[in-house]
Design a protein around this ligand. Sequence first.
Ligand code: NAD
Ligand code: MG
Length: 403
Amino acid sequence: MSSLCKNVTILGATGSIGVNTLDVIARHPDAYAVFALTANRNVELLRQQVLEHQPVYAVLQDEAAARTLREQLAAEPVTTEVLCGIEALQDVARATEVDYVMAAIVGAAGLLPTLAAVNAGKRVLLANKEALVMTGKLFMQAVADAGAELLPIDSEHNAIYQCLPAANTAQKTRAGVNRIILTASGGPFRTVDMEQLAEVTPAQACAHPNWAMGAKISVDSATMMNKGLELIEACWLFDTTQDNVDILIHPQSIVHSLVEYSDGSMLAQMGNPDMRTPIAYGLGWPERIASGVASLDLASIGRLEFEPLDPARFPCVRLAEEAMAAGGTATATLNAANEIAVAAFLAGRISYLAIAEVVDRVMQSCTVRPADSVAIVLEEDQQARQLAEQAISASAEPRAILS
Ligand code: NAD
Ligand code: MG
């Protein structure tokens, strides 16, 4: 292994982002070596990934799953050590040997391992937006204190990063940047009759028109809570406020976002909707490396469309704006309530429209505290989860369970 070869830990290797990351890495065997792969409990896929990429460690959150994987690997010609639990997830993120960490666990579960990588001063490829939404200022302070290199993987934020001058986010104001424009596909329900929204199913919500993603972010895209989380993410990443960030509906997902400058120039980053582009950007930065993504054929796409956001159809965007304006622990509360509500929707316990209602109710019943430590944020996260569960149980109707 040459000294130029970078050791990579992938948190959430078995998910949509994890699989795409391994796809890019496999195209550059001399440049990247896999140090650790982690998953929640998907033993079968993690086993295949271990056999192909031969990491030093494989970590499962679930203990029984770790035992199964250990037994299965005993018969294979690999030396990978299998670990389990949240401590092990943090250990493989901060290990001295590690250069880059792909943070691609979904939800609050990714917070501590992602922060472990940040605090160890790694290059952190951030897909796990929920970690940043929860801890905003604390997260960015930790990046600065540890000298970590934070590269946004969320396609919009990666696009903005590419369109900002010299990829130097801190120089934004000096460089004449007017505003950031976050594009949004509008998801599967952009044009569905409002009356029908009460009846839409998890399968319909997960059928995103342009992107193949995990279930949670697919539902977030349908409610557009995803764009709300991304608005918060953009404020922290690019050290700006929400009045400098606009949301623009762009159903084709070709323009991944834009930056407007004071001279009237608007820079956009375009490409096929394929997460391997931002992933390759994060791995290769400041160089460009091959990603396997097909060349964008604008002539065959023909036209790109843009339209304003309809706030009545997507109340979750307003909830996120209010949380960001409230500051402190409010964004962690928003995120936790949303995670519980989305899980309940996916389990058939509540309707699609109840997701925003549950989040709204939890936001109204929580007092916002200053987010002075990760411990405080995690307390509020737990409290919001309990309140969301209560709201769901109280509102559970037989109709919702049957649908
Ligand atoms: P996914 O559901 O496909 O995968 C999630 C991964 O996290 C899996 O490997 C799973 O095993 C692991 N995981 C889940 N719960 C865990 C737990 N409690 N402890 C440890 N590991 C756990 O999700 P995804 O679509 O790959 O998204 C991952 C993250 O990237 C999310 O934060 C999402 O918002 C963000 N993101 C995804 C996309 C995309 O195109 N998929 C785009 C932008 C941002
Ligand atoms: Mg995105």
